[in-house]
Design a protein. Structure first.
Length: 240
């Protein structure tokens, strides 16, 4: 879908750009709807598009030879999918797919390379975003090793709620187990404990947060650290 010059992006990175920079880039975007589990890029295959999500969430996965996978980062309306293109490479061993259905603004990679070049405002912003993503991946690695399933479950739920701007979203225990790198049964036990405590409600593949303050108390410090990094990035961009 082509975009008009009056179209305002709900993506926080694009919304942080000066008006003239955003309007320069807008004709090169198209608005697309992304379905659940849609692959955005596959392991070691050329990345065709970069995406700026308006809503929904994508997962970045590291894949093992035996077929197992674990989530190393998530991206919502605070970021972009396709950082390898910014870093002047065309492929990556990992995978990105749609975790929660989304609308996104996408751009072809050859156009992105031409329009997002050193010296442009968006290039400087995305360089800083890249550092924030490195920090998120590092924090996720530590979190997966050191924190309990309950803490990680709550961290993941809070990050999801922030990005979809809703206290309810589609999620199965099996899918969440894959993202956290644990057995489905472990997720089911954790969800049952949280539901009994009145913190969440789970029914027919829908997860709903009922008591966010209590969930924040349970979540590990990784949630607060990751959120502060993204907030700092966008706050500092106002000085450009």
């Amino acid at each position: 879908m082509s975009l008009s010059n009056s179209r305002k992006s709900k993506n926080r990175l694009l919304a942080a750009l000066p008006k003239e920079e955003y309007e320069r880039l807008l004709p090169h975007f198209e608005l697309v709807s992304l379905e659940l589990k849609q692959i955005l890029y596959a392991p070691n295959e050329p990345i065709e598009y970069i995406y700026f999500f308006d809503n929904g969430i994508a997962s970045l996965l590291t894949l093992m030879e035996n077929g197992e996978a674990i989530e190393v980062a998530t991206v919502g309306n605070e970021g972009m999918i396709g950082l390898p293109i910014l870093l002047e490479t065309s492929t990556i061993p990992g995978e990105a797919f749609v975790q929660i259905p989304a609308e996104a603004m996408r751009m072809k990679t050859d156009v992105f390379r031409r329009e997002v070049s050193p010296g442009t405002v968006i290039y400087a912003l995305l360089q800083r975003y890249t550092q924030v993503m490195f920090n998120q991946i590092a924090q996720s690695a530590a979190c997966n090793r050191l924190h309990s399933i309950e803490e990680r479950f709550c961290r993941w739920m809070l990050m999801t709620q922030d990005r979809v701007s809703s206290n309810e979203f589609p999620m199965t225990h099996e899918f969440l187990g894959e993202m956290l790198g644990v057995r489905r049964a472990s997720v089911s036990v954790t969800a049952a404990v949280l539901q009994k405590a009145g913190i969440i409600q789970y029914n027919r593949g829908k997860m709903k947060i009922l008591d966010r303050p209590q969930m924040e108390n349970i979540a590990c410090e990784c949630y607060r650290i990751m959120k502060a990094e993204f907030d700092r990035l966008l706050r500092n961009n106002q000085k450009i």
